[in-house]
Ligand binder design. Structure first.
Ligand code: NAD
Length: 437
């Protein structure tokens, strides 16, 4: 089957490459010429484990190609995926649909024969109706069916998630499209991937509901962590005690500095706006957004308190910048608020991240960058672990301490145990875990 994917970012590229790996003939389209040129040279513009090898293999096999020309790319395609960004619109938090609508308009005249247009981008309820309207009003002769097929992959595990998903939600309004979508995912279906067909609006809402729920779950355990700190309970054990209950489940119950990333912050905000638009307020999600916003900044106060209440002219080392490990994505990372909070109080901040420093340089002013965890600790009055990359999970604590001015470790991911850190003479602060007396 010939498939075109418009937008070759985290989702579009992974979708295109994995569909090619299933045996489909895929062209990935992006208007960013430098991205396409890099992909054609075999360079991967993002960091995602396993992606480079899969791109190389499928390009060599002739199943995967890249172009900036939307018209050429979609002409013979039976299916066109739209996987462009839907960021928060400046000022009001609504999902910015201008890229999605722009693609709909562009492809209206370019498609030929019956074509299934699939929205993979995360879009508010009713967007599929508007995409169909745009295509029909631009080209009344276009024979298209618009489908919603939201993506649930996680950055850092994107290929595995795409190839072995918990479910594939497909919202269709047209029986012909249903058959085509079943064919797109057939190679996966043999592996018993649960393909769930529903209507378009339900599929669109399912994505927001899932993300809002996960963001709420994280925020819930973060508030429990605060309560643990106030009461002397241990949040890791509370989470375990909760999570062993199958009705709750243990995932997304790790207390930390607050959620970030390219999805949860914008999708929760958009969900609040959708609720307002339909006169159906999303109070829990509204509260989640506000609790999480305050938490990110509160983490810098936690560091300041650990440093005796003042960080002016002190050096704070930051380990990890990306919103989670195994990605280079810095969008809405908690590290940004934490570092800004420290800089605002007069600290000198030195940071290191295995993949995120390139993007971080453009996002945060006034930070110095080091090339290893141990370099970050040099002359530091405190080291803050913000992102739990593997290389920060078993640091040589004696070595870390050696260069530091004062041995203070603030562990915002609860990677370490108090006793093992204290043994090395650190003063240690973590999230929601009592200090032994
Ligand atoms: P991204 O910013 O990494 O990629 C979007 C790409 O689309 C960019 O390369 C951009 O140049 C391209 N683009 C924009 N307009 C275009 C046009 N008119 N023609 C061709 N290309 C165009 O975004 P992403 O992280 O891949 O997210 C895409 C969508 O998927 C969003 O709606 C997001 O919410 C959703 N999503 C993302 C994730 C994730 O983990 N990143 C997971 C699930 C869903």
């Amino acid at each position: 089957m010939k498939i075109a994917v418009v937008g070759s970012g985290y989702v579009g590229l992974v979708t295109g490459v994995c569909l090619a790996d299933f045996g489909h003939e895929v062209v990935c389209i992006d208007k960013d010429a430098s991205k396409i040129a890099a992909l054609e040279r075999g360079e991967i513009p993002i960091y995602e484990p396993g992606l480079a090898a899969l791109v190389a293999g499928n390009t060599a096999a002739g199943r995967l190609s890249f172009t900036t020309e939307l018209e050429d790319g979609v002409r013979d395609a039976a299916v066109v995926f739209i996987a462009v960004g839907t960021p928060s619109r400046r000022g009001d938090g609504h999902a910015d649909l201008s890229y999605v609508y722009g693609v709909a308009k562009e492809l209206a005249h370019a498609v030929s024969g019956f074509t299934v247009v699939v929205t993979k981008s995360t879009v508010p309820v009713g967007t599929g109706d508007e995409v169909a309207h745009i295509i029909r009003s631009t080209n009344p002769d276009a024979d298209v069916a618009v489908v919603s097929n939201p993506e649930f992959l996680r950055e850092g595990a994107a290929i595995e998630d795409f190839k072995r998903p918990d479910r594939i939600v497909v919202g269709v309004e047209d029986e012909r499209a249903r058959a085509v979508m079943a064919e797109v995912y057939r190679p996966l279906y043999l592996n018993q991937a649960p393909l769930m067909f529903t209507n378009r609006r339900t599929a669109e809402l399912t994505k927001y509901a899932a993300n809002a729920f996960l963001a709420m779950k994280i925020t819930f355990i973060n508030e429990i962590a605060d309560l643990c700190e106030a009461t002397g309970a241990n949040v890791q054990e509370v989470a375990r005690g909760m999570g062993l209950d199958n009705r709750i489940g243990g995932k997304f119950l790790h207390a930390g500095p607050g959620y970030g990333g390219s999805c949860f912050p914008k999708d929760t905000l958009a969900m609040v706006k959708i609720g307002q638009d339909f006169d159906s307020p999303m109070r829990l999600v509204e509260t989640t957004v506000s609790v999480n916003d305050q938490r990110k900044r509160a983490m810098s106060r936690k560091v300041i308190t650990a440093c005796g209440g003042d960080v002016r002219d002190k050096t704070i080392g930051v380990l990890g910048l990306t919103f989670k490990p195994n990605t280079d994505d810095m969008r809405e990372a908690p590290s940004i608020d934490i570092i800004r909070g420290l800089l605002d109080r007069g600290a000198r901040v030195v940071a290191y991240d295995p993949q995120g420093m390139k993007a971080a340089r453009e996002l945060i002013e006034g930070v110095e960058f080091a090339n290893s965890a141990y370099a970050v600790a040099q002359d530091a009055h405190a080291v803050v672990l913000v992102t739990e990359w593997n290389e920060f999970r078993s640091l040589d604590l004696a070595r870390l301490k050696r260069g530091m001015k004062t041995p203070v470790l603030v562990d915002l991911r609860n990677v370490y145990r108090h006793d093992e850190v204290a043994k090395h003479g650190f003063s240690y602060v973590s999230i929601g875990r009592p200090q032994p007396v």
